[in-house]
Ligand binder design. Structure first.
Ligand code: SF4
Length: 220
């Protein structure tokens, strides 16, 4: 099947990406919020600032005054907004799941996803990154990088939105969190190295799939 052939080609070229960096599920979830609208390097600085203060624990973040939390995560940018989002995520984890990830890992997926999407400031991309990378649930993160590559290969309509793309990918791959994890990371690698605003197909590992055609237009 075609999506798996693309996956193997990416994996053969780039190797395992080992996403997402984090020493605990909570740290991964915190990173998913902090990297919104900023490069991972900035988010990683904020995660490190939380770590040295012993704040990568939900009960510690929940007890922190909002201004203090905002101050600590300043390197991530838009830190007041992100502090509110981090507090909201932490509140959800404490109130709905007792502050641990065991029930997040086994709760029925669709209601769980709706719960997470109702947390203030969490859009589908962040919610799905938390579900996949922190909780190991089989949800594909169909971000703009993934959509761009798949649209250029005519697998997706260039106007396909996040949910349409996610549904397509999940319907055409085995429902395997490890596969979703690696595939998403590999698509991001391909988009950053080759499938940029102007695609660089010449030495791209997915060139074989174009079969001599030009890439289709993509919206991003
Ligand atoms: S750079 Fe070209 S070959 Fe590579 S993913 Fe984009 S469209 Fe496909």
């Amino acid at each position: 099947m075609r999506l798996l052939r693309l996956y193997r080609a990416l994996h053969d070229r780039f190797g395992p990406q080992r996403w997402w960096p984090g020493r605990s599920a909570y740290e991964v979830a915190v990173g998913a919020v902090l990297t919104q609208h900023t490069a991972w390097l900035n988010a990683a600085r904020a995660v490190a600032a939380l770590r040295v203060r012993g704040l990568l624990r939900p009960e510690r973040v929940a007890a922190l005054p909002p201004d203090r939390l905002a101050d600590v995560i300043r390197p991530a940018g838009t830190y007041r907004v992100k502090a509110r989002r981090l507090a909201a995520l932490t509140h959800w984890l404490m109130e709905r799941h007792g502050g641990t990830w065991a029930s997040v890992r086994r709760a029925p997926l669709e209601p769980l996803r709706r719960e997470l999407l109702a947390v203030s400031g969490l859009g589908p991309e962040t919610a799905d990154a938390i579900l996949l990378y922190a909780a190991g649930r089989p949800v594909f993160v169909a971000d703009a990088y993934a959509r761009r590559v798949l649209a250029r290969h005519r697998l997706l309509d260039p106007r396909a939105g996040y949910e349409e793309a996610r549904a397509f990918i999940e319907a055409h791959l085995p429902s395997d969190p490890a596969l979703f994890n690696e595939y998403h990371a590999l698509l991001v690698a391909a988009a950053k190295r080759h499938c940029r605003t102007v695609p660089r197909c010449a030495d791209c590992p997915l060139r074989f799939d174009l079969r001599g055609r030009r890439p289709a237009p993509a919206s991003s």
